[in-house]
Design a protein around this ligand. Structure first.
Ligand code: ARG
Length: 274
C-alpha cells in the first residue's frame, strides 16, 4: 500500500508574506485548521493510503506544508532516496533537517546537491507524473533555474527524466499551484502561469491537457491530487468536474480554507512516500 506523510498544524500560522496569497493579519483558526487537516488525512486513508506523520516543531509555522522540504524518489540503481531542498526563505530552511532525519531513520538514501545560491523546493515544484514516467520541474519563483538544472542532472544519472517548466506569473509561485497530473497522458493546468516553451513542452508530452481559468486556479483547483482513481481538491468548478469525468477520476472535495490563507491546499500538505 502506498504511504503518505503529513505534519500536524500544531504551530501553523501566517506570520509573514512568502507568496501573494499570504496576508499577515488574516489570522489562522488553528482548531479549524486541525479539523481540516484530520479530514484531509481521512480522505487519503479512504483512497487507500497508509498514513504517516512527522512531529511538528515549535516556531516552524509552515512545516505543515510537508511537500516542500524534500523530493522523494525511487530508482532502479539506488532504491528509495530523497533530495533535500534548499528553500528560498530562511525561515523555511530550518524545516529541511527535520525531514532529512525522518527519512534517514527509515533507510532512505540522501542525494545531496551542491545548491549554494540556487533553490529547490521539493514537491512544491517537482511533481511525479502519475505513472512515474517523468518528473515535471517548475522554476522561476521558488526553485531557481540552476536548482532545477542540478536536480535534472542528478536524476538523469539515476535514469529518471525531468521536464523543466518555466513559471512566469508570481501568483502561481510553485508548480503545484498551476499544474496537476491527472492520469497517464492527462494534466490539469492554468496556462497563463507558464512560458510559451513550457506550454509547448507540456503539450508535446501530454495528449490531453485540460485548462482552467485564472479565477479557478486562484481557488487551488490545480493543487488537487490524483490518488487511486480519485482526485482530492478544495473546490469543484464545472470545467474541472468535466475533465475529471473524461479521465474517469472521482472528485473528492476537501475543505482547506485555513491553509489557503498561507498559499497552500491539498498537494502542499502531503508527501507521497515511495
Ligand atoms: N506558506 C507556504 C510558503 O509560501 C506555503 C507553501 C505551499 N506549498 C506548496 N507546495 N505550494 O512557502
Amino acid at each position: 500500500m502506498r504511504k503518505v506523510l503529513f505534519c500536524p498544524p500544531t504551530y501553523f500560522e501566517v506570520r509573514d508574506v512568502k507568496n501573494p496569497f499570504m496576508q499577515p493579519g488574516d489570522p489562522v483558526d488553528r482548531e479549524r485548521a486541525a479539523r481540516q487537516w484530520h479530514a484531509l488525512r481521512a480522505a487519503f486513508q479512504e483512497a487507500g493510503f497508509e498514513l504517516e506523520s512527522i512531529p511538528a516543531v515549535p516556531d516552524l509555522e509552515d512545516m505543515v506544508f510537508a511537500a516542500n522540504q524534500t523530493f522523494v524518489g525511487k530508482s532502479p540503481t539506488i532504491g528509495r532516496f530523497i533530495v533535500p531542498g534548499h528553500m528560498r526563505h530562511h525561515s523555511r530552511r530550518r524545516e529541511v533537517p527535520h525531514f532529512v532525519e525522518w527519512f534517514r531513520q527509515r533507510g532512505y538514501k540522501v542525494v545531496e546537491l551542491a545548491l549554494e545560491n540556487d533553490y529547490l523546493e521539493g514537491h512544491g515544484d517537482l511533481l511525479w507524473d502519475v505513472d512515474f514516467s517523468r518528473i515535471w520541474a517548475g522554476f522561476g519563483f521558488r526553485s531557481s533555474r540552476g536548482g532545477v538544472d542540478s536536480f535534472a542532472h542528478a536524476m538523469r544519472e539515476l535514469g529518471l527524466e525531468v521536464v523543466a517548466l518555466e513559471l512566469t506569473d508570481p501568483t502561481f509561485y510553485h508548480l503545484d499551484t498551476c499544474f496537476a497530473p491527472l492520469t497517464p497522458g492527462a494534466v490539469l493546468i492554468y496556462p497563463g502561469a507558464f512560458s510559451p516553451s513550457a506550454l509547448a513542452a507540456i503539450r508535446d508530452k501530454c495528449p490531453r491537457v485540460y485548462e482552467v481559468t485564472r479565477d479557478e486556479a486562484l481557488r487551488f483547483v490545480c493543487n488537487g491530487v490524483s490518488a487511486n482513481g480519485r482526485f482530492l481538491l478544495p473546490h469543484l468548478p464545472a470545467s474541472v468536474a468535466k475533465a475529471l469525468d473524461c479521465e474517469g477520476l472521482q472528485p473528492v472535495l476537501v475543505d482547506t480554507s485555513e491553509f489557503e490563507k498561507s498559499g497552500g491546499s491539498v498537494c502542499c500538505l502531503k508527501l507521497f512516500l515511495e
